[in-house]
Design a binder for this molecule. Structure first.
Ligand SMILES: C=C(O[C@@H]1C=C(C(=O)O)C=C[C@H]1O)C(=O)O
Ligand SMILES: [Mg+2]
Length: 464
């Protein structure tokens, strides 16, 4: 056997090969090694030439776990409407025969991606590649932990009958190419137009929903809309990510490529984080603009903290999340009052919720929590029906859970707001707001304009 760049890992790789030969099944081989620090975005960009269409990116607000993935060792494309269980089953079955060689506590096999907001909504063409769930196990994944230490995970699915040496050699060649690629400047493209879809019609929907809330049909519903951006050439996700990372470092920054499409965004809203027996969720609802001066900003913050409409909007979310977590956790801590969370364009009411659990998988939490009234409404079923009827668009993965999951069921999911779908020379950007009994259509419309701003800016445009 001639082995190119014989390096650490070949012995455990041989174990995976012989397991595949004996069992007659495909076997995952996952090898993690410590490497010299490298910028995750540089790694993502380096993946463009070989792995364009299969790259992934994730960064949490404190940069405790930053992942950049290039290539797909395996794609989990979920069509089943029971999407959380379907992914959980497929992931666990896939891991059963895996050979995992990882001395570090970081890295290892991790899947990254997201789910649809509403499995019952008719799917529109722009979301074709994503279905009910879309997750990638990267062929190459860079992990940077909170101490700035970097790890490279290589994942290979070995099939019986394959030539082990050539599979190994190809991986080594690709690894060298990724780690040693010189940085190139991305040719940027221009925004030609930004189209809003019938804003007046959207405002009338808000007014009619407020009437139904007054009639006690339901308490809260979140209505969203989209805008379409036209570019003069294909828009690359790399350049959008770079802008989001510069402007929105207090948010979760994510990117999931699926062929020519890419779901990308910077969301401030955590759905759930699970690390062994510790879980953390976030209630985020109620919004106001940032001020132009420090004084004005503080006044606006003070106004938000005391505004009955926004406090009501927020309280509904706290109530539901606490109730959902009660069944899955012991020792639940829920602060009595929200505090402010400030981003570049907007401030929100924020209540963190913490607990302890003995549940095995973060997906159990995702299933229980989604959709929270921060993106759906109360009562949930009624609100989902109303969203399906009133919204003229398919939300796709917007407002749905996105994140990552490792081999022991730990991970983190955020709610994919402040996000958009890049699709060749077009992008669709999404924003919504919580409609309650005191909502005013024009103010809610203005609130969506503020929420659209970060993504519009990240793709190189402006919106009033
Ligand atoms: C629906 C969105 O955001 C949600 C709605 C909010 C509100 O109406 O106050 C605030 C934060 C999010 O829960 C969005 O950004 O698209
Ligand atoms: Mg609101």
């Amino acid at each position: 056997m001639r082995i190119l760049h014989q390096s650490q890992g070949f012995t455990t790789f041989e174990q995976a090969v012989s397991k595949a030969e004996k069992s007659n099944r495909s076997v995952l081989y996952s090898k993690t090694m410590k490497i010299d620090a490298i910028d995750p975005l540089q790694f993502y960009e380096a993946g463009y030439s070989i792995f364009h269409g299969t790259r992934t990116f994730w960064q949490d607000p404190k940069s405790e776990a930053v992942f950049a993935g290039a290539g797909a060792a395996r794609t989990f494309n979920i069509e089943n409407k029971n999407r959380f269980d379907a992914l959980s089953n497929q992931w666990n079955a896939f891991l059963k025969d895996a050979v995992i060689d990882n001395e570090a506590s970081d890295g290892g096999p991790v899947i990254l991606g997201g789910f649809s907001f509403d499995p019952e909504k008719d799917k529109s063409h722009e979301w074709t590649s994503f279905k009910q769930g879309y997750f990638q196990l990267p062929a190459f994944m860079l992990t940077v932990n909170q101490y700035g230490h970097a790890f490279l995970t290589m994942n290979i699915v070995f099939n019986k009958g394959e030539n082990a040496v050539s599979v190994w050699n190809r991986m080594q060649e690709q690894k060298e190419a990724l780690l040693n690629k010189a940085v190139t400047t991305i040719q940027d493209v221009n925004v030609v137009s930004i189209k809003e879809y019938e804003p007046e019609g959207w405002k009338s929907s808000i007014t009619s929903v407020v009437k139904r809330i007054d009639n006690k049909e339901l308490e809260k519903v979140v209505l969203a809309r989209k805008v379409k951006v036209q570019f003069d050439d294909k828009k690359r996700s790399d350049s959008v990510l770079e802008k989001l990372r510069d402007d929105q470092s207090e948010s979760f920054i994510f990117s999931f490529e699926a062929g020519d499409s890419c779901f990308i965004g910077a969301t401030p809203e955590r759905l759930i984080k699970k690390n062994h027996n510790k879980v953390l969720s976030t209630c985020l609802a109620g919004s106001i603009a940032r001020g132009n001066t420090m004084k004005e900003d503080q006044q606006l913050g003070h106004e938000l903290l005391n505004d009955q409409k926004n406090l009501g909007e927020h309280e509904i979310v706290v109530r539901m999340i606490s109730k959902s977590l009660e069944d899955l956790c012991h020792q639940l801590t829920v602060p009595k009052q929200p505090v402010l969370m400030k981003m570049r364009d907007i401030q929100h009411l924020y209540t963190p919720v913490e607990g302890k659990t003995d549940r095995a998988s973060i997906l159990e939490f995702v299933k229980e929590l989604h959709p929270t009234p921060a993106l759906g409404g109360t009562p949930t079923h009624k609100a989902m029906e109303m969203i399906r009827d009133e919204e003229e668009m398919d939300r796709g993965f917007y407002a749905a859970p996105v994140g990552w999951l490792n081999a022991v069921g730990d991970g983190e999911f955020a709610v994919a707001i402040r996000s958009g779908l890049l699709s060749g020379e077009k992008a669709y950007l999404y924003a919504g707001c919580g409609v309650v009994k005191d909502s005013d259509a024009e103010s809610e419309y203005q609130e969506t304009l503020i929420k659209l701003r970060p993504m519009v800016r990240a793709v190189g445009g402006t919106i009033s």
